[in-house]
Unconditional design. Structure first.
Length: 292
């Protein structure tokens, strides 16, 4: 069993981006600029946004963090997005999800200019992803997973990949990327969800499993065949009195029991999470260079 170390792999990618930014600065070219919008006081969202801003600063990107109270109107938020769309200095716009119930996530996602949609959630970018177009911005988590598979030279051609979860953020785009005529890619893909019958039997057929179902330690050892590659997208805080923090972080995979059966597996934390941020930075850099 080998760990797919997302932390070190992400750092390699960030180092490359940092060098690229330094070269652009030396040549008098535009520096990538990411604008992040955070609504409300959700602790997890604040942590995610802060880590993205911190990463921007580490690699020489310009970052702007815009924070609003929970009760901001949908109209005001959409007006701000339009202002950022019109601002040439801004290359990437991300609005941290989830949003308060009175704001339509669909309207917000569709309001972001396609060429600045570095989260890759806009319907047009989704369409471009399906068509396999290079200019598409790929959602950061699936993109990060593909970069991780590429870094470790995981052979995916002809393999059976099972994706647990069908969200537009992870599951659906992941299934498309794995089935594309690329490397990594060229998998036969099965997408499973809450209505899937005989889920255990389906998983046991998988050479590659991507667990993005949002249920802690859902994937058990008796659902995984020997030698499988397992990618754990989930992250949940479980109470743990033995920890100083009072909790421990677990993924969607029962890691302790599943890992011994795997050829490769991602840890939680330190697997998919850092790769997601690295992929977001790559999208922002790409958006900036498209203006050259």
């Amino acid at each position: 069993m080998q760990l797919l170390d997302g932390k070190n792999t992400a750092q390699t990618i960030l180092n490359e981006l940092k060098l690229g930014v330094a070269q652009r600065a030396a040549a008098g070219k535009k520096i990538p600029h990411l604008a992040a919008i955070l609504v409300g006081n959700n602790g997890a969202s604040q942590t995610y946004v802060n880590s993205k801003v911190k990463t921007c600063n580490q690699i020489g990107f310009i970052s702007t963090l815009i924070q609003y109270e929970e009760d901001i109107s949908e109209v005001k938020l959409l007006e701000k997005i339009e202002e950022l769309n019109e601002d040439y200095s801004v290359d990437g716009i991300l609005v941290q999800l989830p949003l308060p119930a009175h704001i339509s996530e669909k309207k917000v996602i569709e309001a972001i200019a396609v060429q600045k949609d570095v989260d890759g959630f806009h319907p047009e970018n989704m369409g471009r992803l399906i068509m396999g177009e290079e200019e598409a911005f790929i959602p950061a988590t699936p993109y990060g997973i593909m970069l991780l598979l590429e870094h470790y030279n995981i052979q995916t051609k002809g393999k059976h990949a099972v994706v647990l979860g069908r969200s537009h953020i992870v599951g659906r785009p992941m299934s498309i990327l794995l089935s594309n005529n690329t490397q990594p890619g060229n998998c036969t893909v099965t997408v499973c969800h809450s209505k899937t019958q005989n889920l255990k039997d389906v998983c046991l057929q998988a050479d590659i499993i991507v667990a993005a179902i949002g249920q802690p330690e859902f994937l058990k050892a008796d659902m995984v065949k020997e030698g499988a590659v397992v990618i754990d997208v989930g992250i949940t805080r479980l109470p743990d009195a033995s920890k100083k923090s009072g909790y421990r972080l677990v993924g969607d995979v029962d890691f302790a029991n599943v890992a011994p059966k795997c050829s490769y597996i991602t840890p939680v934390p330190g697997g998919v999470g850092p790769m997601t941020i690295a992929a977001l930075m790559k999208n922002t850099y790409k958006s900036c260079t498209q203006k050259d």
